[in-house]
Design a binder for this molecule. Structure first.
Ligand code: BTN
Length: 282
């Protein structure tokens, strides 16, 4: 398996095997059980099935390639072999209901911290996209299921573009996508990044489970350059425009509409119109 750096030099990609990941991870919850695949439809679909069947919280599912990677709002997630990190974590299902909106926030912060470890400054877009220089480098898909009104399944899927060159992206998304390799100008070790990401996730999750919301909210707000800007928030059926005031203690977006009313948005896709940055969803 090979990948190329920004200068087009070929480098062997270290395969993401359970043994390699296990030998490097120092976490106590996330990644203590690992399923690693060469090829899978979608790590989220696989993890969701496992979680429905009662798999241990903390389980990590990772694939070299996804053939049916999914994004938010029914989009596809391009997941070619050997170049990215396509993974899903199964979270404990005992989290308080009003903390659910903080999971995408916590995930975005964990990814941003990982990118900072390789010298990159990421921008977070509500609820959970990660951008570099206005282009999307990572998407996060949080999914939950309830049984008899009780949380039964909670998973977080993360797709991080690591070693793709611009030409590796399909033409339709090339102008709005980037990879870490393109941004730092060299091929990066995916195992290093994965281990760092899971460690960050675990430490942020620990804070949240101990009731420490403010730390994670502050970390998110500091990395979101769009607060105070005019935005449009869309979901599958409607859209709403206004000034993005902030996110609240539950991770919900506060939008001040033209008529001066405060709208609290709990889910959706935010588009930031006035920055000129691409901030779309796929
Ligand atoms: C988005 O920005 O639309 C979310 C993209 C999420 C992609 C990841 S890749 C790993 C996991 N498995 C999937 O099928 N999707 C998520």
């Amino acid at each position: 398996m090979t990948s190329s750096n920004a200068a087009g030099q070929k480098a062997a990609a270290i395969p993401l095997t359970a043994e390699v990941i296990e030998s490097r991870l120092k976490t106590r919850l996330f990644g203590t059980k690992i399923y690693a695949f060469d090829r899978l439809g979608s790590t989220n679909n696989f993890a969701k099935r496992l979680a429905r069947e009662g798999a241990e919280a903390g389980t990590l599912v990772v694939a070299e390639e996804q053939t049916r990677g999914r994004g938010r709002l029914s989009s596809q997630w391009y997941s070619p072999p050997g170049t990215g990190l396509w993974l899903t974590l199964i979270l404990p299902s005992d989290i308080e209901r009003n903390q659910l909106g903080l999971i995408p926030i916590l995930s975005g912060v964990s990814v941003a911290q990982t990118l900072e470890s390789v010298g990159l400054q990421a921008a977070l877009k509500w609820p959970n996209d990660v951008l570099i220089n206005g282009k999307k480098v990572c998407g996060i898909l949080t999914e939950s299921e309830f049984r008899l009104d009780k949380l039964h399944v909670l998973i977080v899927g993360i797709g991080l573009n690591v070693n793709q060159r611009a030409a590796d992206f399909p033409e339709a998304i090339r102008h709005k996508s980037t990879s870490l390799c393109q941004e730092v100008g060299k091929t990066l070790d995916r195992v290093d990044l994965l281990v760092n990401l899971i460690q960050n996730f675990e430490s942020n999750y620990k804070n949240l489970s101990e009731g420490e919301r403010e730390q994670i909210l502050t970390a998110w707000r500091q990395r979101c350059p769009f607060i105070g800007q005019n935005i449009t928030v869309k979901n599958e059926t409607s859209q709403l425009s206004g000034i993005f005031e902030s996110i609240d203690e539950n991770g919900h977006l506060h939008l001040r509409t033209l008529d001066g009313k405060l709208q609290i948005v709990t889910a959706g896709e935010s588009l930031f119109k006035e920055t000129g940055h691409y901030v779309g969803g796929d």
